[in-house]
Design a protein around this ligand. Structure first.
Ligand code: G4P
Length: 283
């Protein structure tokens, strides 16, 4: 597979803005995609948010393999993160955010009290790489009942604090982190979940590599979805051909249209139609 790289020009500015925002924040909640709990986490936030209470939100839990999610949640908790599992589409788990934020700020609130600072709200912010569900999460968390509290000094123009509860506020705009990966597998994982745009990658190669993984870890899902008889003896490329055949995806001249088959497979993986899959295994 060709190297997937991503060099967005606006990221330096985004990073600077994020650093500015972080100064005002008490709790940083990083949204990750539960299907790729390692690749969808941006390691740079570790430096930017040092000493701040941190929450990891496993989003899209409906799309991930729950057995693997449990192991990953434990892994992150052991590293000292507060974790909540959410499905931002349905709202499952979303409201835990407020209690978790309070819990993470307990000591800070006590300290503030001793210094005579009372009723200072806990300020929170959601961050994450593209497509992990930040906007969906915020919309669910905020709901219709919320009220915006208006601009405050120091907040980047246009940004507002949303009052979630009397004592908890949320920055209305999520911080967009850049997808970052140390190796090609992580790059492919990010491409599979749609966090790297498809026009930067070869979708047929990506589909073949996804099939390679699915064949090893979730063969029954492919067999069931595309009504294939068996895939054990097939190479991943041949499975892709079988999918094209099963879906009758052909080019003029009656040859199999592997590009459309790849796009179909990726789309079905992304929206969960293939079934619950986790692409990374806890080591
Ligand atoms: P972002 O701000 O982080 O970039 O992500 P955004 O909220 O736009 O969500 C990206 C896609 O992920 C959306 O799908 C959204 O519906 C979906 N999504 C977010 N959270 C969840 C979740 O917990 N479970 C599932 N299954 N999907 C989730 P889309 O295809 O872009 O739009 P649409 O399907 O909502 O029309």
């Amino acid at each position: 597979m060709n190297d997937i790289q991503w060099y967005p020009g606006h990221m330096t500015k985004a990073k600077r803005m994020m650093q500015e925002n972080i100064k005002m924040i008490d709790v940083i909640a990083e949204l990750i995609d539960a299907r790729v709990p390692m690749s969808s986490k941006n390691p740079d936030i570790e430096d930017m948010a040092r000493h701040k209470p941190r929450m990891i939100l496993f989003n899209k839990i409906d799309l991930a393999d729950s057995t693997e999610t449990k192991k990953w949640v434990k892994w992150y908790e052991e590293k000292g993160f507060a974790v909540i599992q959410v499905n931002s589409k349905t709202g499952q788990g979303v409201q835990q955010f407020i209690d978790k934020a309070r819990l993470l700020c307990k000591e800070k609130i006590e300290r503030d009290k001793k210094r005579g600072l009372i009723n200072r709200p806990i300020r929170t912010m959601v961050v994450g790489i593209p497509n992990v569900g930040k906007s969906t999460f915020i919309n669910k968390l905020v709901g219709k009942a919320s009220a915006k509290t208006g601009n405050k000094p120091g907040v980047t123009k246009g940004k507002q604090w949303i009052k979630l509860k009397k004592d908890v506020e949320l920055l209305d705009t999520p911080g967009i982190l850049w997808p970052k990966f140390e190796d090609q597998t992580m790059g492919k994982n990010l491409a599979c979940i749609g966090s790297i745009k498809d026009d930067l990658i070869d979708t047929v190669e990506l589909a073949v590599s996804l099939l390679e993984y699915l064949k090893e870890h979730y063969p029954e899902l492919i067999i069931k979805k595309y009504q294939l008889e068996t895939i054990a003896e097939k190479e991943s490329y041949q499975i892709l051909e079988a999918i094209a055949l099963a879906r009758n995806l052909k080019k003029p001249g009656n040859t199999l249209d592997l590009l459309r088959a790849s796009n179909r497979l990726l789309e079905e993986f992304r929206n969960g139609k293939l079934g619950a899959v986790t692409l990374e295994i806890v080591k």
